[in-house]
Design a protein around this ligand. Structure first.
Ligand code: SAM
Length: 226
């Protein structure tokens, strides 16, 4: 199937997202991505006209000047966000993901003849992780704050791993954003002084995104740690 210039009514079924959205929790996701890793890019990314990785990296880099400081790619998968970050000049990128099969794809990627990622960490981000305190100057994500993967509470673990003033650009599926209460959760963290500069940037997940379908849009939460 070629990339879809407009999303047909049955787009979720055509690219298999109806089944993906039924999976929930770390064990289900580990199994899902074990079987999807090999064809994730050549199948899903190409067939759906996925542009989310580029959107998240671009929003992240719009105001991020610390290009030689460590950046964490959350739910990095096969590494397509890392590739965009490197293209935009970010030079120290770590990736974290629950799936060893997705991480193996990321590990094989290079930029300027060097491994794309400095470090790849296998961990479940719905629980506490071994990420060091205050390790990252930037934190970015696409495709992982969505149905069945991360709710707002995962952001607490990321805030622990963020340096003061660290810049965040977290892509959140727009339907999931409303259902899981990300808006209130983030506004509350801003009122209690944990984050600052909160804004939302609405970006398409797919090239032919239909304006009326929130599952085809990402609300990218941009803020800084305090
Ligand atoms: C839709 S993919 C997005 C991958 C990549 N960021 C992209 O935009 O192509 C979601 C990723 O989240 C990871 N994931 C799912 N549950 C997780 C968890 N509990 N902890 C860490 N990563 C998880 C999956 O293994 C998968 O690689």
């Amino acid at each position: 199937m070629g990339a879809m210039s407009e999303m047909p009514a049955d787009w979720k079924e055509r690219i298999g997202l109806d089944k993906v959205y039924d999976v929930a929790g770390p064990e289900g996701n580990r199994r899902l991505y074990a079987s999807w890793a090999e064809t994730y890019e050549s199948g899903f990314v190409v067939d759906s006209g996925y542009v989310y990785h580029r959107q998240a990296a671009e929003v992240f880099c719009e105001e991020f000047a610390l290009l030689d400081q460590p950046v964490l790619d959350v739910g990095c998968g096969t590494g397509i966000v890392g590739a965009e970050l490197a293209r935009l000049g970010v030079s120290v990128i770590d990736g974290i993901d629950i799936s060893p099969e997705m991480l193996a794809e990321a590990e094989a990627k290079t930029h300027d003849s060097r491994p794309l990622y400095r470090r790849l960490i296998e961990a479940d981000l719905t629980a506490s992780t071994a990420l060091a305190d205050r390790a990252y100057a930037g934190i970015v994500s696409s495709g992982a704050f969505t149905h069945g993967i991360f709710g707002p509470e995962t952001i607490s673990e990321l805030l622990r791993a963020a340096r003061p003033q660290a810049r965040f650009a977290l892509g959140i599926n727009s339907a999931h954003f409303d259902k899981a209460g990300f808006g209130d959760w983030l506004q509350q963290r801003q009122s209690t002084g944990l984050i600052t500069g909160l804004r939302f940037d609405l970006r398409p997940i797919y090239a032919g995104a239909d304006e009326s379908d929130p599952d085809q849009w990402s609300c990218i939460a941009v803020f800084a740690a305090v």
